[in-house]
Write a protein that binds this ligand. Sequence first.
Ligand code: GAP
Length: 490
Amino acid sequence: MANNDSAKMMDKIVSLAKRRGFVFQSSEIYGGLNGCWDYGPMGVEMLNNIKHEWWKSMTYRENIEGVDAAILMHPRVWEASGHVENFTDPMVDCKQCKARYRLDVLFDDLSLKKKKEILREMYPEQYAGQQKDEVIEEAFAKLIATDQQASALVPKIQCPNCGSKGSFTDARKFNLMFKTFVGPVEDVSAVVYLRPETAQGIFVEFLNVQTASRQKIPFGIAQIGKAFRNEINTKNFLFRTREFEQMEMEFFVKPGTDDQHFEYWRGERMQWYVDLGMKREKLQWHQHPKDKLAHYAKDAYDIEYLFPFGWGEIEGVHNRTDYDLSRHEQYSGKSMKYFDEETKEKYTPYVIETSSGASRSFMAFLIDAYHEEDAPTAEGTMETRTVLKLHPKLAPNKIAIFPLVNRDGMPELAKKIEAELRPHFRVFYDDSGAVGRRYRRQDEIGTPFCVTVDSQTLQDETVTVRDRDTMTQERVGASKLREYFAAKFI
Ligand code: GAP
């Protein structure tokens, strides 16, 4: 998508999200808080649906248990996990205007012309003549591939904020964990961190869960919860935020069987998005190159979604080896080993992690569902309808109920249907405006079905059920609606 179109598309989605109550900027009346968002009435339903589907897909199995660990943990956890030392981004400050940038982000908006200029200055012979744009982009990407190489180019870059050149500090490490204090005294001994990932809450509870549930290896522990990262540059709506939610599952396996479990979970996780309606052609795998693997990983793949601004990670599937359990054993002095009753072996399990962002997946589902298409009006002319083709399981409202007109006993019948369906489905009653407008309002929030009570209902007790995606209508007996919809939402 061209840059302009991509920005327009994002604007449309952010605007719909606000207008229809999916997502609001946090603390908007005070000017907002960067990197934080609030989910409105539609958003919280959809987010809960995503989390519920994930929870079901993980814990409705015989070999996965759930936990809900505290956000604040003992500070030694983060020393053991390597986050105190390694969870850093290199950043530079502009000495002129004080703007702060993550090193790699500094090059994000650099023009092709400037990239050519830099390449020519550095390799005059190689880049003297005409070059294809892709060649320049690729060569430049290689040039800034490591932090060290990128740092060397910083003096050649203008500050994107104030335009000064040569005004940047050297790159420095910036830890992304938020710090706070426990108790009334704000000194070093009271420092704790808001967890930057939910995974560590699982690792430290590994043996408690195993003992309590009497699980045998291989088995997994799943958790959904908030995570916090003091991202230097938040961007792209919900993509990179400072507070977000993760859905993580750590699967504990016998060393030597890890590759086979890794492949299994890769398959499961990609299929989960597809089963919930995400277009397969908008999903791809990205394997982390060996030299870029996280300090704990033996192998790692990202599931990427094609956002309007390009491919972006929505989930990581990692082989974390025995790194985390071994480190917690070392730092806590407590054994984290598993004893196999059958073989009488004692070992530290390897861990296959599936780590999905609930907030990022939410955004990907929202974007994937967004469609603008031509549709006929009641008068027979054409108009553009905006429709969220969300999987029925993810849609915030499942059924809308309308009386065609507010007379002749139709509202009473529609209210009766509402009362019958409400205990079983999230329904919405709407009697205002022309019925065509009411359909459009529901299309925009992705309601899969609209039920209309009309004059025929008064004669034969059938209603029309309109399908959001095909816009076709069928007549269904009012007394059969509960069964009819139960089959649709399995
Ligand atoms: N436990 C491993 C872990 O946390 P990660 O790749 O750093 O791995 C996993 O994060 C997922 O969490 C990402 O794929 C993404 O969906 C989500 N995520 C990470 N940082 C985020 C942020 N700043 N804002 C929103 N989602 C984020």
